[in-house]
Write a protein that binds this ligand. Structure first.
Ligand SMILES: CC(C)(COP(=O)(O)OP(=O)(O)OC[C@H]1O[C@@H](n2cnc3c(N)ncnc32)[C@H](O)[C@@H]1OP(=O)(O)O)[C@@H](O)C(=O)NCCC(=O)NCCS
Length: 239
């Protein structure tokens, strides 16, 4: 419970240029308070005092605006900058020296049971308002941009941005297959309408000619339809 005191203080001092002294960190930083209280709640949780653990965690939430489920496993040196609105789910695992900004959610999608929250590696930075949802791994040294929504595994040392999150840097370099064109995105509805329009035009031509065997434009099953229609029309005429 007490073994991470020093690293919890140092995490704030080294990563927040505004932090001046250890005393200031201990007295004024919601991150330090929430992490320390979480370590207490987690101890209670793992020693079968689950209700008490939940009470501690909910009180921490009221005081700091940071909600960490007491079941979550957190390494040393976690820094939650500003804090307000951070949610960390029950089966989350966080490595060492991770930085979270305000509004980050490490949550589940609602589809999984058991392990349903992410596993975050060491030295990961997760930007303000980002959501990491599901029971996958975010590798060591990953940076997740502000407001990103990450729904699948991220390899180590990648930078992920956007919704849904996509890798825009791998170890500081643009990945070879990166498609960063966010303006000319595919429009599946438009493509489907265009395909249907082409099909209707083909069928109209087919019907106009009334000779399905010679219909060169139409290579699809509408030829059979034409043939059937023609036979039915022939029957009507004979009657
Ligand atoms: C993602 C981040 C960590 C930067 O990582 P990086 O590896 O240094 O990446 P870069 O700055 O080189 O940016 C890579 C690309 O992603 C884009 N990008 C960066 N952050 C982004 C974001 N949050 N959303 C969308 N795109 C983003 C950049 O424009 C760049 O695009 P390009 O390849 O077309 O030039 C940083 O931009 C970020 O979002 N940090 C969170 C900071 C935060 O939450 N601060 C709150 C303070 S209160």
């Amino acid at each position: 419970m007490f073994k991470h005191w020093r690293s919890d203080v140092e995490a704030v001092l080294t990563r927040d240029p505004a932090a001046r002294t250890a005393l200031e960190v201990i007295l004024c930083y919601p991150s330090f308070r929430a992490v320390r209280r979480h370590r207490r709640a987690h101890w209670l949780w793992t020693h079968n005092m689950k209700l008490l653990a939940r009470i501690v965690s909910q009180r921490t939430r009221r005081i700091t605006g940071i909600e960490i489920h007491p079941g979550a496993q957190i390494g040393k040196g976690l820094f939650i900058d500003h804090g307000m609105g951070v949610v960390i789910g029950e089966t989350t695992q966080i490595g060492d020296d991770v930085t979270l900004y305000q509004g980050v959610t490490l949550g589940g999608t609602g589809k999984d049971v058991g392990k349903r929250h992410p596993t975050i590696g060491n030295n990961v930075v997760i930007g303000a308002g980002a959501r990491v949802l599901g029971p996958f791994t975010v590798g060591d040294g990953v940076k997740i941009g502000a407001s990103a929504v990450v729904l699948k595994e991220v390899p180590p040392y990648a930078t992920v941005v956007g919704n849904p999150g996509r890798i825009v840097r791998q170890a500081g370099k643009k990945p070879a297959n990166a498609d960063l064109d966010q303006v000319n995105l595919p429009d599946p509805v438009k493509e489907r309408i265009e395909s249907l329009t082409r099909r209707v035009e083909q069928m109209e031509k087919c019907l106009q000619r009334r000779i399905p065997q010679e219909c060169e434009d139409c290579q699809q099953e509408c030829c059979d339809d034409c043939l059937k229609n023609r036979k039915e029309e022939q029957k009507d005429e004979d009657l």
